[in-house]
Design a protein around this ligand. Sequence first.
Ligand code: ZN
Length: 172
Amino acid sequence: MQLVKIPLTLDPIKAAKMHSNYQGGIESAQLPRLLEASAGFCSDIQVQFSCDTDEQGTVIINGHAQGEVTLTCQRCMHEYKQNLSVEFCYSPLTAKSQEDDIPDIYDPVDMDENGHIAIAELIEDEFIVSIPFFPMHDVEDCSVEQDFTLGEIDDSVEERPNPFAVLQKLKK
Ligand SMILES: [Zn+2]
Protein backbone atom coordinates (compact mmCIF):
# COMPACT_ATOMS: atom_id res chain seq x y z
CA MET A 1 0.00 0.00 0.00
CA GLN A 2 1.28 3.44 -0.93
CA LEU A 3 2.14 5.49 2.11
CA VAL A 4 0.51 8.92 2.08
CA LYS A 5 3.07 11.05 3.83
CA ILE A 6 1.97 13.55 6.42
CA PRO A 7 3.82 16.88 6.41
CA LEU A 8 6.93 16.89 8.62
CA THR A 9 6.06 20.37 9.84
CA LEU A 10 2.81 22.30 9.76
CA ASP A 11 1.31 25.68 10.57
CA PRO A 12 -1.05 24.76 13.43
CA ILE A 13 -2.90 28.09 13.48
CA LYS A 14 -3.78 27.85 9.81
CA ALA A 15 -4.55 24.13 10.06
CA ALA A 16 -6.86 24.74 13.04
CA LYS A 17 -8.74 27.48 11.16
CA MET A 18 -9.33 24.99 8.35
CA HIS A 19 -10.21 22.16 10.79
CA SER A 20 -7.66 20.04 8.95
CA ASN A 21 -7.51 16.29 9.37
CA TYR A 22 -4.42 14.32 8.48
CA GLN A 23 -4.14 10.61 7.94
CA GLY A 24 -1.01 9.02 6.60
CA GLY A 25 2.43 7.94 7.54
CA ILE A 26 5.92 8.95 8.45
CA GLU A 27 8.60 6.94 6.65
CA SER A 28 11.08 5.16 8.87
CA ALA A 29 13.85 7.09 7.06
CA GLN A 30 12.50 10.22 8.77
CA LEU A 31 12.82 8.62 12.21
CA PRO A 32 16.57 8.25 12.85
CA ARG A 33 16.29 8.76 16.61
CA LEU A 34 13.60 6.12 16.96
CA LEU A 35 15.72 3.73 14.91
CA GLU A 36 18.62 4.50 17.24
CA ALA A 37 16.46 3.66 20.27
CA SER A 38 15.34 0.36 18.73
CA ALA A 39 17.32 -2.85 18.29
CA GLY A 40 17.86 -2.02 14.60
CA PHE A 41 14.47 -1.86 12.92
CA CYS A 42 11.58 0.56 13.00
CA SER A 43 8.61 0.45 10.67
CA ASP A 44 6.91 3.33 8.90
CA ILE A 45 4.51 4.93 11.35
CA GLN A 46 0.78 5.30 10.73
CA VAL A 47 -0.53 8.64 11.96
CA GLN A 48 -3.92 10.27 12.29
CA PHE A 49 -4.59 13.69 13.78
CA SER A 50 -6.85 16.70 13.56
CA CYS A 51 -6.21 20.40 14.08
CA ASP A 52 -8.85 22.57 15.68
CA THR A 53 -9.59 25.11 18.41
CA ASP A 54 -11.37 24.28 21.67
CA GLU A 55 -14.12 26.38 23.30
CA GLN A 56 -11.50 28.70 24.82
CA GLY A 57 -9.99 29.33 21.41
CA THR A 58 -6.88 27.28 22.21
CA VAL A 59 -5.36 25.66 19.14
CA ILE A 60 -5.04 21.89 19.58
CA ILE A 61 -3.54 19.08 17.52
CA ASN A 62 -5.07 15.84 18.68
CA GLY A 63 -4.37 12.36 17.36
CA HIS A 64 -2.72 8.99 17.61
CA ALA A 65 -0.05 6.95 15.86
CA GLN A 66 1.22 3.41 15.74
CA GLY A 67 4.25 1.57 14.51
CA GLU A 68 6.55 -1.33 15.19
CA VAL A 69 10.15 -1.54 16.38
CA THR A 70 12.50 -4.35 17.27
CA LEU A 71 13.72 -4.40 20.86
CA THR A 72 16.06 -6.69 22.77
CA CYS A 73 14.26 -8.80 25.35
CA GLN A 74 16.00 -8.21 28.69
CA ARG A 75 15.11 -11.71 29.89
CA CYS A 76 16.42 -13.86 27.03
CA MET A 77 18.46 -11.18 25.16
CA HIS A 78 16.81 -12.06 21.84
CA GLU A 79 15.30 -9.44 19.54
CA TYR A 80 11.57 -9.26 19.18
CA LYS A 81 9.03 -7.01 17.50
CA GLN A 82 7.06 -4.64 19.68
CA ASN A 83 3.98 -2.73 18.59
CA LEU A 84 3.94 0.81 19.89
CA SER A 85 0.98 3.13 19.88
CA VAL A 86 0.83 6.66 21.19
CA GLU A 87 -1.79 9.36 21.68
CA PHE A 88 -1.05 13.05 21.75
CA CYS A 89 -2.77 16.37 22.22
CA TYR A 90 -0.52 19.35 21.53
CA SER A 91 -1.12 23.04 21.82
CA PRO A 92 1.32 25.43 20.16
CA LEU A 93 2.87 28.18 22.28
CA THR A 94 2.14 31.49 20.61
CA ALA A 95 3.24 34.99 21.54
CA LYS A 96 -0.13 35.44 23.25
CA SER A 97 -0.55 32.06 24.93
CA GLN A 98 1.99 31.60 27.69
CA GLU A 99 2.70 28.08 28.87
CA ASP A 100 0.71 28.65 32.08
CA ASP A 101 -2.44 29.56 30.18
CA ILE A 102 -2.62 26.28 28.31
CA PRO A 103 -4.82 23.72 30.11
CA ASP A 104 -2.90 20.77 31.61
CA ILE A 105 -4.58 18.28 29.30
CA TYR A 106 -2.61 19.74 26.41
CA ASP A 107 1.11 19.35 25.80
CA PRO A 108 2.56 22.78 25.02
CA VAL A 109 4.85 22.73 21.98
CA ASP A 110 7.13 25.38 20.52
CA MET A 111 6.69 26.90 17.10
CA ASP A 112 9.65 27.84 14.94
CA GLU A 113 10.24 31.33 13.55
CA ASN A 114 7.84 30.60 10.68
CA GLY A 115 5.01 29.61 13.02
CA HIS A 116 5.40 25.91 12.25
CA ILE A 117 5.58 22.95 14.61
CA ALA A 118 7.78 19.93 13.81
CA ILE A 119 4.92 17.45 14.02
CA ALA A 120 6.89 14.44 12.75
CA GLU A 121 9.66 15.04 15.31
CA LEU A 122 7.12 15.46 18.11
CA ILE A 123 5.49 12.15 17.19
CA GLU A 124 8.92 10.51 17.01
CA ASP A 125 9.52 11.76 20.58
CA GLU A 126 6.26 10.14 21.69
CA PHE A 127 7.40 6.81 20.30
CA ILE A 128 10.83 7.00 21.92
CA VAL A 129 9.23 7.73 25.30
CA SER A 130 6.76 4.85 24.83
CA ILE A 131 9.52 2.24 24.47
CA PRO A 132 9.46 0.10 27.62
CA PHE A 133 12.32 0.83 30.03
CA PHE A 134 12.79 -2.90 30.48
CA PRO A 135 11.58 -4.50 27.24
CA MET A 136 10.59 -8.16 27.41
CA HIS A 137 8.82 -10.76 25.30
CA ASP A 138 5.35 -11.81 26.31
CA VAL A 139 5.85 -14.72 28.71
CA GLU A 140 4.60 -17.31 26.20
CA ASP A 141 7.05 -16.05 23.54
CA CYS A 142 10.14 -15.81 25.70
CA SER A 143 12.58 -18.69 25.47
CA VAL A 144 13.93 -18.18 29.00
CA GLU A 145 10.53 -18.36 30.60
CA GLN A 146 9.70 -21.55 28.71
CA ASP A 147 12.95 -23.23 29.70
CA PHE A 148 12.72 -22.50 33.39
CA THR A 149 9.11 -22.52 34.49
CA LEU A 150 8.03 -25.63 32.58
CA GLY A 151 4.50 -24.42 32.16
CA GLU A 152 4.08 -23.38 35.76
CA ILE A 153 2.18 -20.13 36.06
CA ASP A 154 3.32 -18.76 39.38
CA ASP A 155 4.30 -15.14 39.68
CA SER A 156 5.69 -15.16 43.20
CA VAL A 157 9.14 -13.59 43.44
CA GLU A 158 10.84 -16.78 44.69
CA GLU A 159 9.58 -18.78 41.75
CA ARG A 160 10.88 -16.42 39.08
CA PRO A 161 13.73 -17.77 36.98
CA ASN A 162 17.03 -16.68 38.35
CA PRO A 163 19.04 -14.93 35.61
CA PHE A 164 22.21 -16.46 37.05
CA ALA A 165 20.75 -19.90 36.56
CA VAL A 166 20.90 -19.19 32.84
CA LEU A 167 24.62 -18.49 33.12
CA GLN A 168 25.14 -21.64 35.19
CA LYS A 169 23.46 -23.68 32.50
CA LEU A 170 25.57 -22.08 29.75
CA LYS A 171 28.77 -22.89 31.63
CA LYS A 172 27.96 -26.61 31.75
ZN1 ZN B 1 12.63 -13.08 25.71
